[in-house]
Design a binder for this molecule. Structure first.
Ligand SMILES: Nc1nc2c(c(=O)[nH]1)N[C@H]1C(S)=C(S)[C@@H](COP(=O)(O)O)O[C@H]1N2
Ligand SMILES: [Mo]
Length: 199
């Protein structure tokens, strides 16, 4: 034999699901916030991309809503070891937002209302890997989970998915964010278990 049927993969039956090392499965949606939930009125809300060339591209809430959106279904992996599979979102791909942004930068720093920051390579925001998400499970994203809008970068540990995202700064140099400065891994790939610096 030696042939595994295709249907074996991608199966979502509990028990034979493959989780990143050290993770366990959860069905609720824990809330992890380093501070209070900021409240930002949609009339004042904006999202910005700041480039290393000193240019700023801005979107108001109606402008974001007018952009084509996607409905990704993704697995979430938190560094505190819970994973939640098959979560459904709606949001605008970073590919759309970065389409007309002139940049040669390699690094990005996401920053949030409330002051949270997190860094990642710009390429991890491209090619369908990241969204500015504003709906979860069919409803407006709850404030405690990052509403009105959060960054969603599911292939990295969830601390990279900045809640209440306000903008992304593109830079020539890597600039560690909130948890990265506190000793968490600079990149944070759950499949390589990059939890802390040195992992
Ligand atoms: N602005 C902001 N974004 C944040 C955080 C935060 O404290 N502030 N926590 C991060 C961490 S550590 C995790 S695990 C996830 C948690 O998202 P959740 O509360 O929706 O589960 O958000 C990330 N994004
Ligand atoms: Mo986390």
């Amino acid at each position: 034999m030696g042939i595994v049927s295709r249907g074996f993969f991608g199966r979502r039956r509990e028990g034979d699901v493959k989780l990143p090392p050290g993770q366990y499965l959860t069905h609720d949606f824990p809330v992890l916030s380093a501070g209070p939930t900021p409240r930002i009125g949609l009339d004042r809300w904006e999202f910005a991309i700041d480039t290393e060339l000193g240019e700023t591209h801005r979107w108001s809430w109606p402008e974001l809503m007018a952009l084509p959106s996607e409905t990704p279904t993704v697995d979430l992996h938190c560094v505190t070891k819970w994973s939640k599979l098959g979560t459904g979102w709606q949001g605008v791909s970073l590919d759309v937002l970065l389409e007309n942004v002139e940049t040669g930068a390699e690094y990005a720093l996401a920053y949030s209302y409330g002051g949270y920051t997190t860094n990642l390579p710009l390429e991890d925001l491209l090619d369908g890997k990241a969204w500015i998400a504003y709906k979860y499970d069919g409803d407006d994203l709850e404030p405690r989970h990052g509403g009105p809008a959060r960054l969603l970068v599911p292939h990295l540990y969830l601390w990279k998915s900045a809640k209440w995202v306000r903008g992304i700064r593109l830079m020539n140099e890597d600039w560690p964010g909130f948890w990265e400065t506190a000793g968490y891994h600079d990149y944070g790939d759950p499949w390589r278990e990059q939890r802390y610096q040195g992992d």
